[in-house]
Design a protein around this ligand. Structure first.
Ligand SMILES: [Zn+2]
Length: 417
C-alpha cells in the first residue's frame, strides 16, 4: 500500500518540476573529480550546516545533509538520548550539555516559545547527539541533529542527517533488508538519486523531505541492518544520471512483466530514455505478479462523483492502454453519462494494485478485476531487481536494465560541504 500512496502523493509534491540546475562552484581537482563535476545539479551546492558543538564531530562522515520532517505541529514530545547530548540555539546565545543518558521533555509554551529540557527560547533549538549517542523519538532512533522549530503554539521536529545515514533509514522500509545484497545496492543508488533530485526542487526553508509516503519512507538512521549498511556503504556517493543530470529514479513493487514509459503514468512528463520502459523477466516469482480483486460498486461510484459524474455504475472499460497492456485511461459509464479518467488516479481511488488490468467485469454488487503487477510500473521493478540479483546479476546490471541509457556517477567528492 505504501507504494500506491507514495506515488500518488509524489504527483502533488515534487513531480517533474524542471530543475534549476547550476554548475558546481566547487573547484574540482583530479581526474575523478573532473568526472564527478560533470553532474549538473543544484543539490550539490547547498548551504553549509551550522557548526557542530561536539568536539568529536570531525570523526563523523561529512556527507551532504538531508533535512527530514519527522513531525509537524507538535505540542509536546519526549526525546530519549542514549548518551551525551548538546542543546543550543542556532546563534549559541543559549547552550548546555547533558553527559548522562536520559529523556528530554520538549514543550510548546505558546506564542512561538519552546522549551527543551531546561532551555527556553523564541527560536529554533538544536538537539545534537554526541558521536555514538542516539536520539530516540516515537520508537525510532536518530543519529542526526534534531531541530526543534517553533511554529505558533506548536513546534516541528526536523532531523538534519547526512545523506548516507538517511539512506540507512530509508532502505529497509522501501525494500526488505533480507533481500540479496545486489538488489539492495540497486535500491540504494535509486533512493540516493531520488533524494538528490528532490533536493533540487525544495522550496521549503525548514525541510527537504517528508519521512513518510510523500517522499520515501524513513524511520531513522540510528537502527542499522547489516545488509542495508553494506548496500549503502558499498555504493557510497553513487547516483544515476542521464546526460549528466540526475533524474527521478522512480521505483515500484512489481511491474507485471514489463515497465512503461513515464508518460503512461503522467502525460505531462518529459520522456527520457531511462524512464521509457524496460523488459522484466524476473518478477513472476512474487505474489504481486498476478492478482484479482473485487471492488464494491459504491467505491467506483464515489470516485465518479468526485470527478463530476453521478448516477449508478453501468459499465467500466479500458479506453487506452500501452503496448505492455497497462491501461492509461478508463471510461466510467453511469446512468447519468460517461467520463474517461486517467487510470493512475482511478487505481489509487478505488484501490486496485496496478493499471495492468487483464480482466474487468461489472457485477451485481461489485467490480471484478484481474491484473498484473503492483504500483505504477515506472522505473525499477523491485521484485524484478530481486529476481535479477538471485540470478547472479550485480546492481549495475540491474540498474542498466530498469533505467536504460543511464550512467552511474560518484558524487562523494562533494561530500564535506
Ligand atoms: Zn517487473
Amino acid at each position: 500500500m505504501k507504494h500506491l500512496l507514495r506515488f500518488q502523493l509524489l504527483f502533488l509534491a515534487t513531480l517533474f518540476i524542471s530543475a534549476c540546475a547550476v554548475p558546481s562552484q566547487r573547484a574540482a581537482v583530479g581526474a575523478q573529480a573532473a568526472k564527478e563535476s560533470q553532474i549538473n545539479s543544484s543539490a550539490l551546492t547547498r548551504a553549509p550546516e551550522p557548526k557542530s558543538q561536539d568536539p568529536q564531530a570531525k570523526r563523523r562522515p561529512k556527507d551532504l545533509t538531508v533535512r527530514i520532517l519527522l513531525a509537524e505541529k507538535q505540542k509536546s514530545a519526549l526525546i530519549k538520548h542514549t548518551g551525551k547530548v548538546y542543546i543550543y540555539t542556532l546563534n549559541l546565545d543559549k547552550k548546555y550539555k547533558i553527559s548522562a543518558p536520559g529523556t528530554l521533555s520538549v514543550k510548546a509554551l505558546g506564542s512561538g516559545k519552546i522549551q527543551v529540557g531546561t532551555l527556553q527560547a523564541n527560536k529554533t533549538i538544536v538537539l545534537e547527539p554526541a558521536l555514538n549517542t542516539l536520539l530516540v523519538w516515537n520508537k525510532n532512533s536518530y543519529s542526526g541533529k534534531i531541530f526543534i522549530i517553533p511554529a505558533g503554539n506548536t513546534f516541528h521536529l526536523v532531523e538534519h542527517a547526512p545523506l548516507e545515514t538517511y539512506l540507512y533509514g530509508v532502505l529497509p522500509y522501501e525494500m526488505s533488508h533480507s533481500w540479496p545484497l545486489e538488489a539492495l545496492k540497486a535500491q540504494a543508488v535509486a533512493a540516493r538519486t531520488y533524494t538528490l533530485k528532490t533536493l533540487e526542487n525544495v522550496k521549503n526553508q525548514n525541510f527537504d523531505v517528508f519521512s513518510d509516503v510523500r517522499s520515501q519512507m524513513y524511520k531513522g538512521g540510528g537502527k542499522q541492518y547489516d545488509s542495508v549498511k553494506k548496500a549503502v556503504d558499498g555504493t557510497r556517493g553513487e547516483v544515476l544520471t542521464y546526460q549528466d543530470k540526475l533524474f527521478f529514479t522512480y521505483y515500484h513493487a512489481n511491474c507485471g512483466g514489463g515497465t512503461d514509459d513515464v508518460r503512461s503514468w503522467n502525460p505531462g512528463a518529459a520522456s527520457i530514455k531511462p524512464l521509457s520502459g524496460a523488459s522484466c523477466k524476473t518478477d513472476s516469482h512474487s505474489k504481486s505478479y498476478k492478482w484479482q480483486m473485487n471492488i464494491p460498486r459504491s467505491k467506483v461510484e464515489n470516485y465518479a462523483k468526485r470527478v463530476g459524474l453521478s448516477g449508478t455504475l453501468k459499465s467500466l472499460k479500458i479506453a487506452r492502454k500501452t503496448d505492455t497492456g497497462r491501461a492509461t485511461n478508463i471510461t466510467i459509464r453511469t446512468s447519468k453519462g460517461s467520463k474517461t479518467v486517467p487510470c493512475g488516479n482511478f487505481r489509487l481511488a478505488v484501490g486496485i494494485r496496478s493499471c495492468k488490468i487483464t480482466k474487468l467485469s461489472v457485477r451485481k454488487n461489485d467490480v471484478h478485476f484481474e491484473g498484473k503487477g503492483y504500483g505504477h510500473g515506472i522505473g525499477m521493478c523491485q521484485d524484478g531487481a530481486n529476481g535479477m540479483a538471485k540470478d547472479g546479476k550485480n546492481y549495475k546490471k540491474i540498474l542498466k536494465n530498469y533505467y536504460p541509457g543511464s550512467e552511474i556517477k560518484n558524487i562523494s567528492n562533494y561530500y564535506g560541504i
